[in-house]
Design a protein around this ligand. Structure first.
Ligand SMILES: CC(C)(COP(=O)(O)OP(=O)(O)OC[C@H]1O[C@@H](n2cnc3c(N)ncnc32)[C@H](O)[C@@H]1OP(=O)(O)O)[C@@H](O)C(=O)NCCC(=O)NCCS
Length: 365
C-alpha cells in the first residue's frame, strides 16, 4: 500500500538550477522563493536585495562547486530546494575533501510534511552515490530542521552558537586595559594591523600559520577535511568585496616572525551596522597571557574608528569553546541563535529513504 505519501510525492517535479544558464523566468521564481524562505525562517533579518543575490549565486567559487536542485508542485510553484556543495576536483587537498558534501536547503511552510524534504534527500543520495561521497553535513537551528535531521537518522556532531554584542555597551576602560596588557613590553610582541584588505603578498605568508591556528579550533565530533585558509578563497572573497563594498581587518601579535595571536573580522556594505568577527586564536605556547583579549580589544577599537556606524558585532562560537565564550561574555556578547551540525552517511540515508514510499515524481526537468 502506497498511501497518501506516494500520492503527494507524485505531484512534485525536480529540476536542477544552473545560475549560468537559468532563464529570466527561472530567476524570477527562484528570487521570489528565496525571499519567501528568508521571511519564513529568518523573520526580521536584513537580506541583500535581488541584484546582490543574483551576483552572489552566479559568482564563481574557485574551491567549491554547488549543485542546486528545486522541487515544484503541480502548479509549478517552488516547494523546496537543496544546495549541495562539494570540493572542486583538482584543488589542493582534494582527496581529504572527497568524502564530504555540505548540504543546506528547506521547504516552504505551505509545503512541509508532504515528503518534499525526503525527495530532496533522494537527490542528495543520488549525487553521493554518483560521486562516491560518503558523508553529508547539514546545519540546523530551527526546531523543524532538528526534527527532520533526527528523523532521517543524521547524528548531531557539533554545536555552535551565534553571539551578538552591541557596541554601545562596550566597557572602554576594560578594552584599553586588555590592549595594554597584551602589548606589555615583557611579552616582547609586535602589533601588525591591516584595515580594508591584507596585501596578497602578506596573506600568502600567513596561510600556513593561520591554518595551524584554525585547525586547533574545536569542532567536537565532526568528521571533516583539514580546515585551511586558502589564498584562492581570499582572492574570490576580496573580488566579491570589491564589487559590493566591504573590508577585511586583521590584527596580529607577532613573536619575531611567528604569529602569537590573531583576530580577523569583516565589514559588509550590505549590513553597514555590523561587524562580523572571524577567527580569534592564540598559539598554544602563548595561551593564558591575555593575548586573545588584547587582539579582540584592538580589533573592536579599530572597527569602531573606521566605521562609526557599526552598532553590533556578530560572531560564531563552538559551544564547547569555554575560553572564547568566557571572553565574549565579558565583552557583552549574548546568545542570538544555536546551530547543530549534523552528519549522515549514505547507508543511513538509504535506510531512511527505503522506509519511505517511493518518490513518484515527474520526469526530471
Ligand atoms: C526540515 C525541512 C526541510 C523538512 O521538510 P519537509 O518537506 O517538511 O520534510 P518531510 O515531509 O520529507 O519529512 C520527513 C520526516 O521528517 C520528520 N519531520 C519533518 N518535519 C518535522 C517537524 N516539524 N516535527 C517533527 N518531525 C518532523 C518526520 O518524521 C517526517 O516524516 P512524517 O511527516 O511522515 O512524520 C523543513 O521543515 C524546513 O524547510 N525547515 C526549515 C529549514 C531547515 O531547517 N533546514 C535545515 C535542515 S537541512
Amino acid at each position: 500500500m502506497l498511501g497518501t505519501r506516494a500520492d503527494d510525492a507524485r505531484h512534485f517535479s525536480i529540476s536542477s538550477f544552473d545560475p549560468q544558464r537559468a532563464s529570466a523566468e527561472e530567476w524570477t521564481q527562484a528570487l521570489a522563493y528565496w525571499r519567501l524562505r528568508n521571511e519564513e525562517d529568518l523573520p526580521g533579518e536584513t537580506v541583500p536585495d535581488d541584484a546582490h543575490t543574483v551576483q552572489n549565486v552566479r559568482q564563481h567559487s574557485p574551491l567549491y562547486l554547488v549543485h542546486r536542485v528545486f522541487v515544484r508542485d503541480t502548479q509549478g510553484v517552488l516547494a523546496g530546494s537543496i544546495n549541495m556543495s562539494v570540493r572542486r576536483g583538482g584543488t589542493a587537498d582534494y582527496a581529504a575533501h572527497a568524502p564530504f558534501v555540505n548540504a543546506w536547503g528547506g521547504v516552504r511552510k505551505s509545503h512541509r510534511r508532504q515528503g518534499v524534504g525526503s525527495l530532496l534527500m533522494r537527490e542528495l543520495l543520488t549525487l553521493m552515490d554518483a560521486e562516491g561521497r560518503t558523508t553529508a553535513t547539514f546545519n540546523a537551528h530551527l526546531p523543524e530542521g532538528h526534527a527532520f535531521l533526527s528523523a532521517i537518522g543524521a547524528a548531531e556532531k557539533h554545536r555552535t552558537m551565534e553571539n551578538r554584542m552591541t557596541f554601545a555597551s562596550l566597557d572602554n576602560e576594560a578594552l584599553a586595559r586588555w590592549r595594554a596588557e597584551a602589548l606589555a613590553p615583557g611579552h616582547g610582541l609586535r602589533l601588525e594591523i591591516h584595515a580594508g584588505r591584507v596585501p596578497f603578498e602578506r596573506l600568502a605568508t600567513l596561510m600556513a600559520p593561520l591554518s595551524e591556528l584554525l585547525e586547533d579550533a574545536p569542532t567536537t565530533g565532526l568528521a571533516r577535511a583539514p580546515m585551511r585558509f586558502e589564498l584562492e578563497g581570499f582572492r574570490a572573497w576580496y573580488a566579491e568585496m570589491d564589487r559590493r563594498g566591504g573590508e577585511h581587518f586583521m590584527v596580529l601579535l607577532l613573536d619575531g616572525d611567528e604569529v602569537a595571536a590573531v583576530c580577523d573580522a569583516s565589514w559588509n556594505r550590505l549590513y553597514p551596522d555590523r561587524m562580523f568577527q572571524r577567527l580569534t586564536a592564540v598559539a598554544r605556547r602563548w595561551r593564558g597571557k591575555g593575548l586573545a583579549k588584547g587582539v579582540k580589544a584592538v580589533m573592536l577599537q579599530l572597527v569602531r574608528e573606521r566605521h562609526p556606524e557599526v552598532a553590533m558585532a556578530v560572531t560564531q562560537n563552538a559551544e564547547v569553546n569555554a575560553p572564547m565564550l568566557a571572553i565574549n561574555r565579558r565583552l557583552g556578547f549574548a546568545p542570538h541563535r544555536h546551530d547543530g551540525a549534523y552528519q549522515i552517511g549514505t547507508e543511513s540515508l538509504r535506510a531512511f529513504l527505503s522506509s519511505r514510499p517511493p518518490a513518484l515524481t515527474e520526469a526530471r526537468a
